[in-house]
Design a binder for this molecule. Structure first.
Ligand SMILES: NC(=O)c1ccc[n+]([C@@H]2O[C@H](COP(=O)([O-])OP(=O)(O)OC[C@H]3O[C@@H](n4cnc5c(N)ncnc54)[C@H](O)[C@@H]3O)[C@@H](O)[C@H]2O)c1
Length: 330
């Protein structure tokens, strides 16, 4: 059996660590080895990789995707790159966009150039993008062919890296595959994001801050389903193609809040309406026909079950999130 050597950038973060735990876990493909390259920013957490640390096929490298020398050496030793590393929080990009451009745009370009320089020839490059690159829509869903109209600095930096990755396919023939997923949820999610923030606030008897009128709509994708989609694209997708990955559960923030209040046994007294996020996109919705018909993708996790499991995980893992909230003053 030949082993595929995968370099996972940002593998200590929320989705990247779940991807690595799944790949090296009991149901994983078994024919892969994984190196995580992660800078361990505020969002990167070594504890997320605790269960795979002793795995013979796992290696961790602390470093920056913008470090061209390091990245060139690492890429030379791998067959595939799955690129998660990014600054990922929209609110932070509104407070300051520089780090988003440096990591998301320059970092991706550094990786792409290293992929071109690989002495053994071609490497497969799976770029993890986001539905936020499409902008905002009131009805219908975006197919992959829709133009990109990102609104936040975060989304603009992700759109830039997404287009850069595709340009390396068109220009240099690099095997680039791009996925654009909707809002992920699940365990090990940094507690600044809406679901873990609301859950942990409610567990502490604190109020939850609901933006504006709460009518913004998001499609929720469980991390298991996201990993399923990523693996289908990594192993069976086509070079130069974009694949949307959605969860099939659209909810307004108000509806989401109601479900979380129900799980916590709390009422709307626990909700504090706060001024809306600047430029807050109204609705995201991806059309998943392509990945479904071409690769057989189907989201499997029922949202109410997934949300209850997520709530229970935070209830049972205070030691994971409490220090993070204290450090980030959340
Ligand atoms: N969370 C979501 O709902 C969502 C939705 C769509 C797309 N995405 C995309 O998925 C990817 C992963 O998202 P996430 O939620 O796991 O993010 P995250 O913020 O939890 O993790 C990001 C990881 O990247 C690392 N990192 C940041 N800058 C780095 C650098 N310069 N060099 C090396 N490592 C660096 C961090 O330390 C962290 O471990 C991102 O590209 C994000 O844009 C996320």
């Amino acid at each position: 059996m030949t082993t595929t050597r995968i370099l996972v950038t940002g593998g200590a973060g929320f989705i990247g660590s779940h991807y690595v735990r799944t790949l090296l876990g009991p149901g994983g493909p078994g024919d892969v080895s994984v190196t995580v390259l992660d800078k361990l920013t505020y969002a990167g957490n070594p504890a997320n990789l605790e269960t795979v640390r002793g795995h013979a096929a796992f290696r961790f490298m602390k470093g920056d995707i913008r470090d061209s020398g390091l990245v060139t050496d690492l890429v030379a030793e791998h067959d595939q790159i799955v690129h998660f590393a990014a600054e990922s929080h929209v609110d932070r990009s509104i407070r300051g966009a520089a780090e988003f451009v440096l990591t998301n745009v320059l970092g991706t370009q550094t990786l792409l150039d290293a992929a071109l320089r690989r002495p053994e020839g071609s490497v497969r490059f799976l770029h993890v993008s986001t539905d936020e690159v499409y902008g905002s829509l009131t009805e219908g869903s975006w197919p992959e062919t829709d133009p990109l109209r990102p609104n936040s600095p975060y989304a603009a930096s992700k759109a830039s890296s997404d287009l850069l990755a595709l340009s390396y396919h068109r220009t240099f023939g690099l095997d680039v595959r791009v996925t654009r997923c909707s809002n992920n949820y699940g365990h090990h999610h940094f507690p600044e994001k809406v679901i873990p923030l609301f859950v942990t606030n409610l567990l502490d008897g604190r109020r939850v801050p609901l933006y504006g009128d709460g009518l913004n709509v998001r499609d929720w994708l469980h991390i298991d389903d996201h990993v399923q989609g990523l693996e289908l694209v990594r192993t069976g997708g086509r070079a130069g193609e974009v694949y949307n990955i959605g969860g099939g559960t659209e909810l307004s923030n108000k509806e989401l809040t109601q479900l979380l209040l129900d799980l916590a046994g709390a009422s709307w007294d626990s909700v504090e309406y706060v001024p809306d996020r600047l430029g807050h996109d109204l609705r995201y919705s991806v059309d998943c026909t392509k990945i479904s018909t071409e690769l057989g993708y189907r989201p499997r996790k029922d949202f109410t079950v997934g949300l209850a499991e997520t709530f229970a995980w935070y209830r049972d893992n205070r030691a994971w999130w409490q220090p993070l909230k204290e450090r980030a003053a959340l």
